[in-house]
Ligand binder design. Structure first.
Ligand SMILES: [Zn+2]
Length: 441
């Protein structure tokens, strides 16, 4: 009996001695997908029809995915239309006769401005929004009181039934059927409120309606995937409003919540360089008079500094705010395309997901005999964060090709070599099976 035990022990010992394990193998997650130097998100606001009739076909031709922040209230078939949530409007107007605007009633009154049925009153609401954001309450109250005095004295012109706009006649309007098709082609749709509302001038009930019901209609029509991102209209960066937004949406273009990102807003002239943050998000919005040279420089600067460049387009051709022409868009897209070896063009959602998965990622890699084994996990919600990541694994310098397996996914990859290193780049899923890398012919 004893002999057998000794034999087994000797056998196991020899097996262990033959298993060569090397824990110095290095694997890292590249900053951007495919190991690219920069990321560009091409985003469009307001659902202006030319974005779909003019820019979208150009994006499809070049294989660029877009992100469209849309207002659902104006799309036929949406469940929720623009509306005021709260007490009867007459009651609110009547109260303004006796009670001056104060901090308890100001948001309710400002919310109601656009629903009273008068033309050209947008400026009162936008002014109130702007005063509130800057904490200039007395001026906001005065502006609201002025508006309601005009209402009570019958000084405002009622809205007449509007006829179709020029653009709607020229172009076939957008439908949910078409939006579904566009989404199926890899483009992202995202929340931009029901009615393009001035959320900074609204009370809680109306803010929640505008963001929540837009999201609900998108979810009904396109599913959860398209409720990841939001942009509150007018690029606001308003603490009071964003407190309602953050618990409901993982990603907001108004403000990022990630401590590892240095964020530069559209209006800021800060340079996209940050010595102390891992990522830089640089938002730029081309206006009608923005020169092509400037727009191209944004791309070059982003490549140089590994930036996430978020471009915000509004109008195209003769429609929408600060419109760019079709010719300009085409030239610009061609420029981005010509730098494709350095740029990952990604939806707003995918770029955000990649960054977060990488920053919350964990890798272990080791070599066991002739196989490199890599494990990739992250600590985020796996239902929401399931984007593949690009890994860079350093391999022995005499390897020329490798085969990479993860579950049933198998691909053969050529080894990249420079004076210092030999490495492979490959895309794999986080929180999935262990990845094995073997030398191949
Ligand atoms: Zn907008």
């Amino acid at each position: 009996m004893k002999k057998i035990y000794i034999f087994i022990i000797l056998f196991l010992f020899s097996v262990l001695m033959c298993t060569k394990e090397d824990n110095t193998i290095k694997t890292e997650i590249t900053k951007w997908l495919y190991g690219k130097e920069a990321c560009i998100s091409l985003t469009y606001d307001d659902g202006t029809i030319t974005q779909f009739r003019v820019a979208l076909p150009m994006m499809d031709e070049r294989g660029f995915p877009a992100t469209f922040f849309i207002n659902t209230g104006s799309i036929p078939g949406s469940k929720y239309k623009p509306k005021f949530v709260g007490r009867p409007l007459e009651e609110i107007v009547k109260e303004t006769e006796k009670v001056p605007t104060n901090k308890d009633n100001c948001y309710e009154r400002a919310s109601a401005i656009s629903f009273l049925g008068y033309r050209n009153v947008e400026r009162y609401q936008s002014r109130a929004a702007s005063y509130f954001q800057r904490g200039r309450f007395e001026e906001a109250f005065k502006n609201i009181d002025e508006f309601y005095t005009l209402v009570r004295n019958g000084k405002l012109e009622p809205i007449k039934r509007t006829t179709e706009s020029r653009g709607q006649r020229k172009y076939k309007p957008l439908t949910w059927d078409e939006i579904r098709e566009i989404a199926a082609n890899g483009h992202e749709f995202a929340v931009h409120t029901v009615s393009h509302a001035y959320l900074s001038a609204m009370d809680e009930a109306n803010i929640l309606y505008e963001i929540g019901k837009c999201r609900e209609d998108i979810e009904i029509q396109l599913g959860k995937k398209h409720t990841f991102s939001i942009e509150c209209p007018y690029g606001i960066n308003d603490d009071r409003v964003l407190e309602y937004v953050f618990p409901k949406f993982p990603l907001s273009r108004n403000r990022l919540t990630d401590e590892f990102v240095f964020e530069i807003h559209r209006g800021s002239s800060t340079k996209p360089e940050s010595p102390d943050k891992e990522y830089i998000q640089w938002q730029r919005g081309p206006h009608t008079d923005t020169p092509m040279e400037t727009m191209k420089e944004w791309v070059d600067t982003s490549i140089m500094n590994n930036v996430w460049l978020v471009l915000v387009f509004h109008g195209i051709n003769d429609m929408g705010w600060e419109a760019k022409t079709e010719k300009e868009i085409e030239e610009y897209f061609n420029y981005i395309k010509s730098k494709e070896d350095k740029i990952w063009v990604a939806t707003f959602q995918d770029a955000g997901k990649y960054m977060r998965e990488r920053m919350n990622g964990n890798i272990s890699s080791k070599r066991v005999n002739n196989t490199i084994k890599v494990e990739l996990t992250h600590s985020l919600d796996p239902d929401l964060y399931n984007l593949p990541l690009t890994l860079k694994t350093y391999v022995p310098s005499d390897w020329n090709f490798v085969q990479i397996n993860q579950g049933t996914n198998i691909h053969k990859v050529k080894v990249n070599k420079n004076e210092m290193d030999s490495y492979v780049l490959y895309e794999v899923l986080p929180n999935f099976e262990i990845i094995t890398i073997n030398e191949s012919d």
